[in-house]
Design a protein. Structure first.
Length: 316
């Protein structure tokens, strides 16, 4: 009886401590407060609140993507229940240190080509997520650039050699350029600090337009790239509409950079007992053509009606 009465006298909170799901977030970019992360906002919409039913571990690379392997090891050592990350480099860094903890990637390139799975429909390891590109989009973007500049004979291609699948994308662009009769100058950009040098090289090579590859390095400095394009009077083709909103001339690619809403839904299902193999990789279905007419006017370019009529977003 003494034991029972002792238990009865304990506070209810001591009897029923909530089970907190430990969610780790790995970000390739600058640190921000956890509460400001888009994935945290999306999870909150589903009822997941820090301290009530979830707890977060957050790591970010800042301006140094080379820290990804170290941060991936730190996250795995913390033994989270689920990991959320963005980008192919982060996915690969995590894949190299754990095949057990479920990982949801908000944005990545072709996971089969990256070796993360044998099947999009049934993930074969511990990673699933949302893809943003196929190699065919890379060639299509060069074709669109040629449509607005039909006399284009020489173009630059800014690419990040260390990026996963970079070589395969480069080969796709080279093949498309050959079919279009365009001389292509591949200009490597290893970091955001290399943008100035890339434009200097493009100017020296006398290219008349530039294709910007889809890569976190380019996204970090999209506004700066747009400014350089105006400075050098170079039309540039981008990947995401956000880059066009930041001043870029034209983009063709997925409507959103990251699918945080979809990722939150997958985290919710994992918490409720789903397995990674039941959560297929999702390919983008909303491919958008965005055009910035202000930039076009500044560059002295008239966008053909045949391209304008296909635009999903036009910035006047």
């Amino acid at each position: 009886m003494a034991m029972l009465s002792g238990v009865a006298m304990m506070p209810l909170t001591a009897l029923a401590q909530p089970q907190l799901t430990k969610i780790a977030i790995l970000r390739d970019g600058n640190a921000v407060p956890v509460a400001d992360l888009p994935i945290v906002h999306e999870l909150a919409k589903l009822g997941y609140v820090e301290g009530r039913n979830v707890t977060y571990i957050f790591r970010s690379t800042g301006d140094d993507p080379s820290r990804l392997p170290q941060l991936a090891r730190e996250i795995v050592a913390a033994k989270p229940d689920i990991i959320v990350a963005g980008g192919s480099p982060a996915a690969l860094a995590l894949f190299n240190v754990t095949h057990d903890i479920p990982v949801v990637i908000t944005v990545l390139a072709d996971p089969v080509a990256l070796g993360l799975t044998a099947s999009l429909a049934h993930p074969s390891h511990n990673i699933t997520g949302f893809t943003v590109s196929s190699l065919s989009l890379t060639a299509k973007r060069l074709q669109l650039l040629h449509e607005i500049l039909p006399t284009l004979q020489k173009a630059g291609y800014f690419w990040v050699p260390d990026s996963p699948l970079a070589q395969r994308r480069k080969e796709q662009v080279e093949q498309a350029a050959k079919l279009l009769g365009i001389s292509l100058v591949a200009i490597p950009v290893k970091s955001a600090a290399g943008i100035d040098g890339a434009f200097t090289r493009a100017d020296q090579e006398q290219v008349k337009a530039v294709l910007i590859e889809n890569d976190p390095v380019m996204l970090r400095v999209s506004s700066g790239i747009a400014d350089h394009c105006l400075l050098y009077n170079l039309p540039c083709m981008h990947f995401f509409p956000e880059e066009v909103r930041n001043g870029g001339l034209i983009s063709y690619g997925p409507a959103a950079i990251e699918n945080n809403s979809g990722a939150a839904g997958y985290v919710d299902r994992l918490i409720k007992g789903a397995k990674i193999s039941e959560l297929p990789f999702v390919e983008p279905t909303d491919i958008k053509l965005a055009i910035n007419l202000r930039t076009a006017r500044s560059l002295g370019i008239k966008i053909p009606p045949s391209v304008m009529i296909r635009a999903d977003e036009v910035i006047e």
